[in-house]
Design a binder for this molecule. Structure first.
Ligand SMILES: [Zn+2]
Length: 110
């Protein structure tokens, strides 16, 4: 069976990518009705979500705009979620390769 290409936009550089090239961060309610922000590696957790291209560059940029991301997740007023988001972004910054996003590459070339 042919795998469908699912295209999503990086919240940082606003470019389209195949979903597998993006990190999905989802805000969902757990069984205790508590909100959590998690790394949705299998792209299958329901809830408000954002996508960030898998590069250190885009994640570092995303870290500067945590409030905007929380806005996109419709949870701007939850400081504990901001901490969770920061934890995820820090984890990603430590673990992602140095490669920058295509937008940066195209800017360097031109
Ligand atoms: Zn990006």
């Amino acid at each position: 069976m042919k795998k469908k290409n699912i295209i999503r936009v990086c919240s940082v550089c606003k470019q389209n990518f195949n979903r597998q090239e993006l990190i999905k961060i989802t805000c969902f309610k757990n069984k205790e009705e508590k909100l959590n922000i998690i790394l949705d590696s299998n792209y299958n957790i329901p809830g408000r979500s954002i996508y960030i291209f898998k590069s250190k560059h885009c994640v570092i940029e995303a870290k500067k705009y945590k409030k905007k991301i929380l806005n996109k997740l419709k949870r701007p007023l939850y400081p504990e979620l901001e901490k969770e988001l920061e934890g995820i972004l820090n984890y990603l910054i430590e673990n992602l390769p140095e490669n920058s996003c295509p937008l940066v590459k195209s800017l360097e070339v031109s």
